[in-house]
Design a binder for this molecule. Structure first.
Ligand code: AMP
Ligand code: GLY
Length: 426
């Protein structure tokens, strides 16, 4: 068996690792991969959004399964091109992935499917007065979002009218997010704790993985700018609604609505929830595995994970029973480079990885080999150190103990991952 993983982050390293431990010992190819995936198989230097090149590589290497990691690759239609080339693909078509790459579309699907979500309005520069009226109606207590993909930076959580107006102007007039912000969504601001639920879907059926919680703010106690995620833990069953309820009220109606629209969803449906005393509502859908959430979800998914993805890609998921999971918990702490989430410092040698305990995982996100063969930093989120244990507290301790053995110039991390639910500090 041969598997091609598309992408180059910690998520892709974790997916490649999970596939590699399958009993059939598959050959792993990553495009373009990173310093970590190079240790599991072969990296091929092509862009993850270059659909024809990805399909060509998969055909030439007679790959049995293509797994597509990044949102941008899905939006660019890499799945579509690979399917047209007769390949078996885990990852939705660009049309199905629109629930991630257009927040307006996601809201329309949710309304059509009766999925609980915050009240919203969407508009462009011309219909902005509608959006301004809605800000006034909510008295500034709202969230302003760029409609398109903005690398997790297109969301402004506002307390006042002035903040919301400024966010709208930044999006629609200053074009702070480029074309991704030519349309903006204003929605009611929700309160509570956040949790993410993952469903592996085959177009009609699904299997749930453990819920996870990630930490998007850069600094402790949820301070600082938003990042792609500075850490995560699973299972995040504390404060998570019963999974059966999330399945019935969110996943099943969404899959049915997408199938009915002629855009069946094959891939990982990532449901971001805000949970309060009154119940839960959907904050967002992603059309892919989360990063860094995958780094804690996949180690708990068992050695049959590749079978699950293959069955989903073939449209052959057996039912809607929970996926096989292993006992225990996992915590990932991200080691970031100086400058992240802005322009990160790169090319610093990384040391200490040989000193990690055997049961601790280290997923690479932004690493590369330099001309002398040394492992060096090559991105903002450099590594994810994953501790495992019988419970979250043990897993956290193991992650932090091992993180202390790792070093590169300018390395920093959050010290409070998995101590409180994200949002608990607000
Ligand atoms: P999104 O990319 O839509 O998930 O938004 C990014 C982050 O913004 C979420 O993880 C939440 O922390 C916050 N957020 C998004 N929508 C809302 C909302 N309606 N109310 C409160 N916070 C929100
Ligand atoms: N960690 C958030 C995401 O993958 O979207």
């Amino acid at each position: 068996m041969r598997v091609l993983v598309v992408g180059s982050g910690g998520r892709e390293h974790a997916l490649a690792w999970a596939c590699a431990r399958h009993e059939s010992r598959p050959e792993i190819i990553c495009a373009p991969g990173n310093g970590g995936t190079a240790q599991l198989g072969t990296n091929v230097t092509i862009s993850s959004t270059d659909a024809p090149a990805v399909a060509r590589l998969a055909r030439e290497r007679e790959v049995d399964l293509v797994i597509i990691g990044p949102d941008a690759a899905l939006a660019a239609g890499v799945s579509d091109t690979c399917r047209e080339a007769g390949l078996t693909v885990f990852g939705p078509s660009s049309a199905a992935a629109k629930i991630e790459w257009s927040k307006t579309h996601a809201k329309q699907v949710m309304d059509r499917a009766g999925v609980p979500t915050a009240r919203w309005r969407s508009g462009n520069g011309e219909s902005r007065s509608d959006l301004f009226d809605f800000v006034l109606e909510l008295d500034g207590h709202c969230v302003v979002k760029a409609d398109g993909l903005a690398a997790g930076k297109g969301v402004a959580v506002c307390d006042t009218r002035e903040e919301a107006f400024a966010a709208l102007a930044g999006c629609l007039h200053e074009r702070r997010f480029g074309d991704a912000g030519s349309v903006a969504v204003v929605e009611e601001r929700l309160h509570g704790t956040e949790v993410s639920v993952f469903a592996v879907c085959d177009g009609r059926r699904y299997q749930l993985l453990w819920p996870a919680r990630d930490y998007k703010r850069a600094h402790d106690s949820d301070h600082g700018p938003n990042t792609g995620g500075m850490g995560a833990y699973a299972p995040a069953t504390d404060g998570c609604p019963p999974l059966g309820e999330v399945a019935k009220r969110v996943i099943e109606p969404t899959l049915a609505a997408l199938a009915e629209a002629g855009t069946p969803f094959v891939g990982c449906l990532y449901v971001g929830l805000m949970v309060s005393r009154d119940g839960f509502r959907v904050l967002e859908f992603n059309a892919r595995f989360g990063d860094p959430e995958t780094q804690v979800v996949v180690p708990l998914a068992g050695a049959g994970f590749l079978d699950l993805l293959l069955a989903a890609a073939r449209g052959e998921l057996a039912g809607t029973a929970p996926a096989p999971v292993v006992a225990g918990a996992a915590v990932v702490v991200v080691a970031a480079a100086l400058g992240y989430p802005g322009a990160p410092r790169t090319d610093d040698p990384i040391t200490g990885l040989d000193d990690l305990d055997d049961d601790v995982l280290c997923f690479h996100a932004g690493t590369a080999r330099d001309g002398r063969g040394r492992l060096v930093t090559a991105g903002g989120r450099v590594l994810g150190i994953v501790g495992r244990g019988a419970d979250v507290a043990t897993a956290r301790r193991r992650a932090y103990e091992n993180l202390e053995r790792v070093h590169f110039a300018g390395m920093w991390s959050r010290s409070d991952i998995a101590t409180h639910p994200a949002g608990a500090w607000r």
